[in-house]
Structures are given as structure tokens and as C-alpha cells.
Design a binder for this molecule. Structure first.
Ligand SMILES: [Zn+2]
Length: 395
């Protein structure tokens, strides 16, 4: 092994807060060495944590996984742009659309992964969100009503073939008859099933969980504005212990009370997602949206309809904003919030990155400073290679 295969970085381990030197060899973490006593410059050390894993990314910086045809190179460009956000693995998310449009989107993402190893390393799988979701206004969110339908296994197989087997996660609503059988088949084929965009009853949710559904997609969003106080599908999913829970932690999509309850109830099964749309990562301003109408991205990172500032037009904040929000508001500690954006989603999907910042884990990690209110990313490593360095932070 040549010396150039070994990379090392010093920083504070995000779990212990202790100064460590992490060495990376052949794409894996090969050593984590504690320092003997204080060293010069310790006060300026960055935090070191596992790279972020995002289960739901619809697009980034103007690139979109749902505008058909998908521009060539979209997955490759998004993969490398996400390194600047500390995201080292993610699931491009294809949402409800016509059958052929979904097929085309899947084919094009899969094709890029086949042709480019770096893209394949970043894209851990594809998340198919829809079209087997609720047709009702509210739960359906911005998904096109005319395309919603009952789960169809033959159709799913056609899509999985176009995706070259890369669909690893599907979001559906168990309110459709036949859902339990569909869920069981997905699980048999190694596809995780998540409940989302749903108006299902408690019984339907329990039945889906019994058949193998194990996650809730952005719980509390993609829901009716008004619900009976109880029972309702939010309580039912919170109470269902087998279900892990994804939440959008940007501070705009859910009140802090809900984020706090999800963290407390779900613990190691609580996951942060960005659900970022193509406007994420762009400068504040007004943009034309393909789902109709103009949208405004505020300097604070809120994305809303131009005509109705009270209505969100998707999420424009990445995982590091969700972590920052949870920590700044005292909802989670820094280490817990980092785990919610890295180890927890990786564990749910069965990725090797679930090992976290530990010897033998993939050398996917981030170095950042914590300002007291915000995580400021400094460096990102993917498979031991430094793939992002913020200007002025080369160390
Ligand atoms: Zn959604």
C-alpha cells in the first residue's frame, strides 16, 4: 500500500467531543486515534461526523429528477454538488407522474449510475414517491391527482426493470385496496416501503406495517390541513413502533413541538430528510415552477408560492439546515441531530455507512464548525477522498 492511499484528518469526534485523528485507507476508516493531552490549536479543531445520507432529494440547484426528459448528467452533477452540503449518499426521488414519464426518469438515473462510478457511489438507490398515494387534496400535496392509483405490481416490476433494480424505497398510501399484498412483495424483493401522502385509517396503517412497511415519509406534511383530534393517521404512525419516521427539519414544514415529539417517540428510528426540490441551493429570488405558478425563495430558505406566501412550495433546505435547526432549538444534541441525518437513515436502508464514524466504516465524513446557531461545513470526504473544501478552510 502506498502512502498516498492514506488520508488523515484531526478533529473532535462528534459523539465524544474528544480530539481524534481519523485515518482513512482504501475508502474506509482505518484508524481513530485519541490524542494524549491537549495539543496546540485544539480550540480551532472542526467537528468530525459521518457524511449525511438523504432519503429524499427531488432535485438541487436547478437540476430536477422530475422534469422529463431529465437533462443528461443530472445525477452526476447533483451527486457532486451535494458534497458541498455534506451529503455523501442520497436517494434521487421520482414522484407521481404518468407511467411512461416515471419509467423515463428511472431509466435515465439508472443509466447515469451504470456509466459513472462516482454517481453510482453517491446514489444509494432511487426513492419512488407515488403514484400509489392518496388522491385526496391535502394528503396528495403537489402530486398530480390524475396519476394517483392503486398499487400495481406488474407496473412496479416494469419500473424496477427500467431502474435496473435501483428502486430501494417506495412511498405509498395503504388506503388503497390490495396494499398489504403489494407491500409484502416489495419487501420480498428488497424494497423498503414507506407510508406517506396518506389518508389511511388506523387499521390500514397497522395492516401495512404488519405486511412489512417500516417508515413514514415526511410525517406531518402531505396531510390534511384539518384532522379529527383522534384517531388520525399521524397518531397511528407515531404509535406504530415498527415504523421509523422521516421529518423535514427545516423549521418551516413542522412546528418545533412536532419535531420534538418525533425525536422523543422514535429515538434511533427518527430520520431527518431534506425533501429538497430543484430550487434548493439557488440564490434567493423568484422562480418559475413547472408544477404551476411562480415561487419565491426567501433569504431564510423558505420556498413559497408567490401569490400565497403562507403556502410552501416544497423544501429548499438541505440536511445541514435541519441539523442546525434541531440543535439551535434544543430539540436534539449535536450528536443526535447528526445521527438523524446519517447513521439512522443508513441503518434503515441497510447501508454500510450505518457504522458511523468508526473503524471499518466507509470513509464518508464531514468536518464542520458549530457557530452556536449553525453548522458550517468545512470539508466532505467520500470513500476517503476529499471531495469538498470550503474556501479558506484547507487544513
Ligand atoms: Zn412528498
Amino acid at each position: 500500500m502506498s502512502h498516498s492511499d492514506i488520508t488523515a484528518i484531526r478533529g473532535l469526534h462528534y459523539l465524544s467531543g474528544e480530539p481524534v485523528t481519523v485515518t482513512m485507507t482504501s475508502g474506509k476508516i482505518s484508524g481513530i486515534h485519541k490524542e494524549e493531552g491537549p495539543q496546540a490549536g485544539d480550540e480551532n479543531l472542526p467537528w468530525l461526523a459521518p457524511g449525511f445520507v438523504d432519503l429524499q432529494i427531488n432535485g438541487f440547484r436547478g437540476l430536477d429528477f422530475n422534469t422529463i426528459p431529465i437533462a443528461k448528467g443530472t445525477a452526476k452533477s447533483v451527486t457532486s454538488a451535494l458534497f458541498e452540503e455534506g451529503v455523501t449518499s442520497y436517494y434521487p426521488t421520482v414522484i407521481t407522474n404518468g407511467d411512461d414519464a416515471i419509467e423515463q426518469a428511472l431509466r435515465s438515473i439508472a443509466g447515469e449510475c451504470r456509466e459513472d462510478a462516482a454517481t453510482a457511489a453517491g446514489v444509494a438507490g432511487i426513492h419512488l414517491e407515488g403514484p400509489f398515494i392518496s388522491p385526496e387534496d391535502g394528503p396528495r400535496g403537489a402530486h398530480g391527482r390524475s396519476f394517483t392509483k392503486a398499487p400495481d405490481w406488474e407496473l412496479f416490476l416494469r419500473w424496477q426493470e427500467a431502474a435496473e433494480g435501483r428502486i430501494k424505497l417506495i412511498t405509498l398510501s395503504p388506503e388503497w385496496p390490495g396494499t398489504a399484498g403489494f407491500v409484502a412483495r416489495c419487501v420480498e424483493h428488497g424494497v423498503q416501503v414507506s407510508i406517506g401522502h396518506t389518508s389511511a385509517t388506523d387499521e390500514q396503517i397497522m395492516e401495512a406495517a404488519a405486511a412489512g412497511a417500516r417508515l413514514s415519509t415526511h410525517l406531518g406534511n402531505g396531510a390534511h390541513l384539518m384532522l379529527p383530534r383522534h384517531p388520525n393517521y399521524i397518531w397511528a404512525q407515531l404509535a406504530q413502533e415498527e415504523l421509523w419516521t422521516c421529518v423535514i427539519g427545516d423549521g418551516f414544514h413542522l412546528p418545533d413541538s412536532v419535531l420534538k415529539v418525533v425525536r422523543r417517540v422514535k429515538g434511533k428510528r427518527a430520520i431527518l430528510v431534506s425533501d429538497a426540490v430543484a430550487f434548493s441551493g439557488l440564490a434567493p429570488g423568484t422562480y418559475e415552477s413547472h408544477i404551476g405558478g411562480r415561487v419565491v425563495l426567501t433569504p431564510e430558505g423558505k420556498l413559497h408560492l408567490e401569490q400565497s406566501p403562507g403556502i410552501l412550495a416544497g423544501s429548499a433546505q438541505m440536511l445541514q439546515s435541519g441539523i442546525s435547526h434541531l440543535v439551535y432549538k434544543g430539540i436534539a444534541s449535536l450528536s443526535e441531530a447528526c445521527d438523524m441525518a446519517s447513521v439512522h437513515p443508513a441503518a434503515f436502508m441497510g447501508l454500510p455507512a450505518a457504522a458511523g464514524l468508526a473503524i471499518g466504516a466507509p470513509a464518508d465524513l464531514v468536518a464542520f464548525e458549530w457557530t452556536g446557531s449553525r453548522l458550517k461545513l468545512m470539508q466532505t470526504y467520500k470513500h476517503g477522498n476529499r471531495v469538498y473544501t470550503r474556501a479558506g478552510t484547507d487544513c
